[in-house]
Design a protein around this ligand. Structure first.
Ligand code: PEP
Length: 262
């Protein structure tokens, strides 16, 4: 199925994971602020550890750089030690919340159903959820990539309905490419993105056409242009390279340039 892409918004989002310090964050963010313009049609954002949300809010308010949480609880409040809710993240001006990152799925037991609950919490708090999906190397080698993506997407559709994806973002992140230095080829990324969009289009073509789908997995400034040139790749979710200002800005510029070409 060939769907249009001209109207989709584009974004480059950094995922700092469990990295940062007050001093290091400030240096990094000030370097980004020097390069990312206030008015840009390619969104730029960082998703940071929750203890740093107040600092990031203080430094980025009024800038062209947004911020978000790396996860949210599936609960709103109560006796859930260690959790932080979407509502709390929203109080710190977050625009985004990543849900379903493969590290949450594999290391912390987030099932498809839990991820869908978290997505719903993020929506209810008026955050833009970044819903991560992706197959492991073993699943790809078994030829199960589409089966895995379909299962992950369908769990969300079942919980939130297709309208739940209106205003959300999907990130295709093949697990074998995350933090490994191994990137999906642009053809592999395009194939997976088109499959995800097509799956959602079976429910609502208009929502699927508008849905930004980001690629994540060892994106660097050297490979970003090729990935972002793909018709269904609307930007990137960036781990390691988002910790180095020059690299992250280079990736954002590649997305901005790709947008002009599309
Ligand atoms: C990620 O963790 O979302 C990610 C894509 O990491 P990296 O860019 O380091 O592969």
């Amino acid at each position: 199925m060939v769907l249009g892409f001209a109207m989709r918004s584009k974004a480059v989002v950094g995922n700092w994971k469990l990295n940062g310090s007050l001093a290091g964050n400030e240096t990094l963010l000030r370097a980004l602020l020097r390069e990312i313009p206030r008015d840009t049609d390619v969104a730029c954002a960082v998703c940071v550890p929750s203890p740093y949300l107040a600092q990031v809010q203080g430094l980025l308010t009024g800038s062209g750089i947004g911020w978000g949480a790396q996860d949210v609880s599936r609960h709103d409040q109560g006796a859930y030690t260690g959790e932080a809710s979407a509502r709390m993240a929203a109080e710190f001006g977050c625009r985004y919340a990543i849900v379903g990152h493969s590290e949450r799925r594999t290391l912390f037991g987030d099932t498809d159903a839990i991820v869908a609950e978290k997505y719903a919490r993020a929506r209810a708090a008026k955050l833009t959820p970044i819903f991560c999906v992706g197959e492991t190397l073993e699943e790809r080698e078994r030829g199960d990539t589409e089966k895995v993506l379909a299962r992950q997407v369908d769990a969300l559709l079942e919980r939130c309905g297709v309208s739940g994806l209106d205003g959300g973002i999907v990130a295709y992140e093949p697990v074998w490419a995350i933090g490994t230095g191994r990137t999906a080829t642009s053809a592999q990324a395009q194939e997976a993105h088109a499959f995800i969009r097509g799956r959602i289009a079976q429910k609502d073509r208009g929502i699927a056409e508008k849905l930004p789908t980001l690629y994540g997995g060892s994106v660097k400034s050297s490979n970003a242009a090729e990935l972002f040139a793909m018709p269904d790749v609307d930007g990137g979710l960036v781990g390691g390279a988002s910790l180095v200002a020059e690299d992250f800005v280079g990736i954002w510029r590649a997305a901005r340039d790709a947008r002009k070409g599309k």
